[in-house]
Ligand binder design. Sequence first.
Ligand SMILES: Nc1nc2c(ncn2[C@@H]2O[C@H](COP(=O)(O)OP(=O)(O)OP(=O)(O)O)[C@@H](O)[C@H]2O)c(=O)[nH]1
Ligand SMILES: [Mg+2]
Length: 429
Amino acid sequence: MARRSKHPQGHAAGKPGRAPRGAAAAGAGRAGRGGRGQGRAHDKGAGGAAEALPALSSLSDVPPFDKLSMGGAQREAFALDVAELAAEGIDVREVEPACVVRLDRSFPAVVAASGIVRAEFSFRFGVVREPSAAVGDWVCLRRPHDHDMAVIEFVLPRESDIARWRGGSRGKRQTLAANVDVVLVAQALGRRELDLDRIVRSAVIAEDCHARAAVVLTKADRAGVELLERDLRLVRRTLGEDCPLAVTAAGARTGGGASAEDLRALAEACRGQGVSWGVEGVLGLVPRGTVAIVLGESGAGKSTLLNALLGHDALEVGRVRERDDAGRHTTVARRMVDLPGAGVIVDEPGLRSLPLVGHERGLARVFPDVAEAASACRFRDCTHTIEPGCEVRARVRTGEIPRERADAYVALAQEMRRSAGSLDPDITL
Ligand SMILES: Nc1nc2c(ncn2[C@@H]2O[C@H](COP(=O)(O)OP(=O)(O)OP(=O)(O)O)[C@@H](O)[C@H]2O)c(=O)[nH]1
Ligand SMILES: [Mg+2]
């Protein structure tokens, strides 16, 4: 089918292309169409499955259409799609752009200028077993007047997509959200040592996916001032002074019993290090016009933080296990909410693993100084551990590169060397 070459899918160039079309679409052909006004006939009673979904009227804090901005390339692709649909004889007055704001199995909730509606994927996507779009995707939507559900005809090209590999090798790439500007990396303070590795790998994934990373340290009420100051210094030395950083204690009421005075002291400690504090600090990371996603382990306090940003309890909050502080995967559906006076944000189920596979560019973006030093090492395959003529270690000795920064880089580079069958030839790790 001509369309498949016009908007190639895939990720080969590092920049996401057209979002995937159903693999079976080419084979389905026009003959597979269920008739005008129809979407995809799902393998098991689409109507029944759709009925079990949460009613759209029960969804709160849905971003209004005018707060969701479509990019230039998406506009152009939309115009092409409309022309194609017109050539197929479809009444283009039924067609409009829309943004996916929630995924429930194969029936996303989408927001268009005409309002929020449930949609199914058209025959072009083939048999839909997994949603072919992500929250944040712009789609070419058809709202047939004689059909109760809208139909996603095409997914418009993504400007970015936040994705991770499932498992430890190049297995399945899972898109978490599309067209995201900012990734808020949520990490809880307090109980355990700060999981710096997790913060850094999240930042690398964000930058690799063409989004900006910002760190949000949650549950500050569980850390004393001393611990907080130590962790802030650690994050700063590792990710650099430029990495946006905010600290919150959004769920302090339900937690370790910190007094108002304790919280004031924590806020003061943040100010002392030039770090944003509280809900306002986080809102500042997601200004109007931006789309953010909050990433973190289950139990990191993501939904609690979002409820605080919204000013009411819109998202379900779970409990953590006393023994190891692990959450219970309370959030299960990806969902975009509208932050009053700021941008929009996607609440994300907690992620257990974030393997780094082929994220060399992200690593080089987060650590440009280390990557630059690495390119000056005597040996091209230097691991920056024991080799003579290692420029990375030399610059650590002179204090030019903080040791924490080099260590984080070396650990992740090592992981990627192990996991990657295809290192980017332009980057020397
Ligand atoms: N002490 C304290 N507890 C908090 C804070 N924020 C969240 N919690 C608690 O941490 C637990 C997990 O919070 P959630 O907001 O559900 O965490 P989540 O990251 O959304 O978890 P998943 O949805 O499972 O991925 C709940 O018991 C919250 O009350 C905080 O600032 N301080
Ligand atoms: Mg949650």
